[in-house]
Design a protein around this ligand. Structure first.
Ligand code: IVH
Length: 677
């Protein structure tokens, strides 16, 4: 783009960069490669450097600027920022509706409601004057908040100037700044690696990130903003329904929640609540409830306020994801690869919709970081399907009898030495397959459905077999006799026969399953499948060099190293040999160079729930046919596989005109290609 006039060129660049920002951060639709964005930004910075008189605060180059503050200044909210009344049950919601109808008259029935996820973040106010962001402030006590303009400017989903036309001269937009779950997990994972303090939950992380005097710090935090109402409006008018106001905000480049809906009547609100409660864990961000608002602004006006909350809105809350309970004890478990994990035994507590009595304490660093003792009152968090965690200790409640947690100095199962690799947080038992815990875990993995799929060999039975000394390693399974099985407690004639038949049947397997079943560190299903497809047979795989291994998709230096260690271990190879001797076999495959694979160069995305395949499995099988499997939809996506419950990715695919298929079509496609492999 060569333009002689810098004023014109700067304007064109700003518009272009604003548009890309909007597509990427507000609409979730990346439209250009990063390099192109960076090139334009560099050019803009260069021009602004050469022409300082053309610099403007609303330029996309000015997201982080200036000095760190020494303190926050105060901001008064001319229109107070209120809170919401809570509902904890469907009955509360129906009572809310009745109160509304009592005031408005029965003829108002059914009322139209706007339903919106209640984001669990920090309420903020953004003030736009003539479409330019002038001020950002926290809610504070509702009347007085703190000026956080320097920080909100770093958040890319907040436009520095509004798009389009027709906005009021003065427009105060309100919404929630939050940290998406993935960004929160990454932030905490990095903090943990560095031995730094972690954040208790995404809300605290968002609050902490906004409470920075130095905006450069905020700029590094994955924050987003979603708008849900307006405050002060001067010099312009807005539509007469809440949902239309939000649509207008969206036209002006602000982010609004795409899950929002308008419904008629309170029953529909209840149904909306149930539907979103189902999907709550799959959303990219934490929500703690659903907000229902009377949609007609004239009716809102008539209903008015009670003390600090509007009469026309209510928040129906979900079960809490954090609760207090007592740490009764800590036990140390030894996993398949020898990792020793401290597990907290808790006084049972209802949290995140289930009763929790165990939580992970991760590793010794985590125990130290939390400073937790047995007997302490702790805060337990269970968000979605994530394993319950202890996030903090309530020190004021520490009893005098609290005792320090002692990390074992030897393996708690086999008493072998324990070691911790350089740069790793985990201690490992060095007993290898001589350690009963590792033996059991390795066998459980070997027989599991995705591995050798040996029916009828559950965890309890594996433990019995090892404890009774009938089986030492996975090869021993195939040497079991019926007489031996019958010596086990609760093992009947029929069960023994069934188990032997299942063992026999499992001998016919695939190379991929076999490799996965071996339980080599870091070799999951997808990697195993890629290895099998790449090498085609066991001799080629087990004699591969590091360079050869690194050519396989998904295999980096760490995985290659674990593979080489396994192949170099005489004990491991003896087990493989014994398995083959026992008759475990698979058809060899034709090894194929990656570029000749049928889906080479293609980018696939899998979203929603699949019925017969797990998502990992779908991913692995697509990869083994040469496809790259990406996490988000862009113009480069070749095809999207969408199952029930697919959300924003499906919407985006449709908008971008990307091909979408269902699970059935995927299975047909996989079958067709895999047959020809
Ligand atoms: S409306 C007068 N809508 O919930 C209306 N609030 O408990 C007040 N919140 O401080 C707010 N999502 O921080 C509204 N869609 C939503 C919301 C929402 C989250 C927060 C907001 C407010 C708190 C009230």
């Amino acid at each position: 783009m060569v333009q002689a006039d810098p004023v014109q060129e700067i304007e064109t660049l700003r518009e272009q960069l604003d548009a890309w920002n909007h597509q990427y951060y507000v609409l979730d639709e990346p439209s250009v490669p990063d390099v192109e964005y960076d090139r334009c930004m560099q050019r803009l910075l260069q021009l602004e450097e050469a022409h300082p008189e053309l610099r403007r605060a609303d330029s996309p180059s000015q997201r982080v600027g200036g000095q760190a503050l020494t303190q926050f200044s105060q901001v008064s909210h001319e229109v107070p920022m209120l809170s919401l009344e809570n509902a904890f049950s469907a009955e509360d919601l129906f009572r809310f509706n009745r109160r509304l109808l009592d005031r408005l008259g029965a003829e108002a029935e059914p009322l139209e409601f706007a339903c919106e996820p209640k984001l669990d973040g920090i309420a903020v106010s953004l003030l736009y004057r003539e479409g330019v962001l002038e001020r950002g402030a926290t809610r504070g006590d509702g009347t007085t908040g703190e000026d956080i303009t320097h920080n909100v400017r770093t958040i890319r989903s907040i436009p520095l100037r509004l798009r389009g036309q027709g906005y009021p001269e003065l427009l105060e937009v309100r919404g929630e700044i939050y940290m998406p779950k993935a960004g929160f997990e990454q932030l905490n994972a990095r903090a943990r690696e560095r031995g730094e303090k972690t954040f208790v939950n995404p809300r605290n992380a968002a609050a902490g990130s906004l409470r920075q005097l130095d905006a450069r710090l905020t700029a590094q935090r994955p924050l987003e903003m979603c708008c849900y109402s307006v405050g002060l409006v001067q010099g312009g008018t807005l539509p007469s329904r809440h949902s239309e106001v939000l649509a207008r905000l969206s036209d002006w480049g602000l982010r609004i929640n795409r899950e929002s809906a308008v419904v008629q009547g309170i029953e529909a609100c209840d149904a909306y609540f149930d539907a979103l409660a189902q999907r709550r864990n799959r959303l990219a961000y934490d929500i703690d409830g659903i907000v229902f608002k009377v949609n007609d602004l004239a009716l809102q006006q008539r209903l008015g306020f009670v003390s600090r909350a509007p009469r026309w809105a209510i928040a129906r809350k979900f079960p809490a994801q954090e609760e207090m309970t007592q740490l009764l004890d800590v036990e140390f478990q030894v996993g398949r690869t020898g990792v020793i994990t401290p597990v907290a035994r808790l006084a049972p507590v209802f949290v995140g919709g289930v009763t929790v009595s165990n939580a992970t304490l991760h590793n010794s660093d985590e125990i130290e970081r939390l400073g937790v003792k047995v007997g302490d009152t702790v805060i337990v968090r269970r968000a979605g399907d994530v394993i319950p965690q202890i996030v903090s200790v309530v020190l004021e409640r520490r009893p005098p009898s609290a005792r320090a947690i002692e990390f074992p100095s030897r393996c708690p199962v086999c008493q072998s030495a324990i070691e911790r690799e350089e740069g790793e947080a985990a201690w490992r038992c060095m007993g290898g397959l001589g350690c009963g815990a590792q033996q059991k875990a390795a066998i459980k993995h070997f027989v599991s459905r995705r591995a050798m799929d040996i029916d009828g060999l559950g965890d309890k039975l594996v433990e019995q077999l090892v404890d009774e000394g009938l089986v030492e390693n996975v090869a021993g399974l195939y040497a079991l006799s019926k007489e031996q099985l019958l010596t086990l407690e609760r093992m009947g004639d029929k069960s023994a026969d069934n188990l032997l038949a299942a063992l026999e049947q499992s001998k016919h397997t695939s190379l991929a399953r076999f490799v996965y079943a071996l339980g080599i560190r870091e070799v999951g299903e997808a990697t195993a499948l890629n290895l099998a497809r790449h090498f085609g047979n066991w001799p080629a795989l087990s004699s591969a060099s590091e360079t050869q291994l690194l050519q396989v998709d998904d295999v980096g230096p760490v995985v290659a190293d674990h593979l080489l260690q396994f192949f170099d271990s005489a004990a491991s190879m003896a087990v493989v040999e014994a398995l083959q001797q026992a008759g475990v076999s698979w058809p060899d495959l034709e090894p194929r160079p990656p570029e000749s694979l049928p889906l080479a160069e293609q980018v696939w995305v899998v979203t929603g729930k699949l019925e017969s395949l797990s998502r990992d499995e779908a991913k692995a099988r697509l990869q083994s046919l040469g496809a790259k499997v990406a996490g988000s939809v862009s113009a480069k996506t070749t095809c999207v596989v969408a199952g029930p419950g697919a959300g924003s990715k499906l919407t985006k695919a449709n908008e971008l005109g990307v091909k979408v298929i269902d699970e059935e079509a995927l299975l047909a496609l996989l079958a067709a290609h895999e047959a020809g492999n």
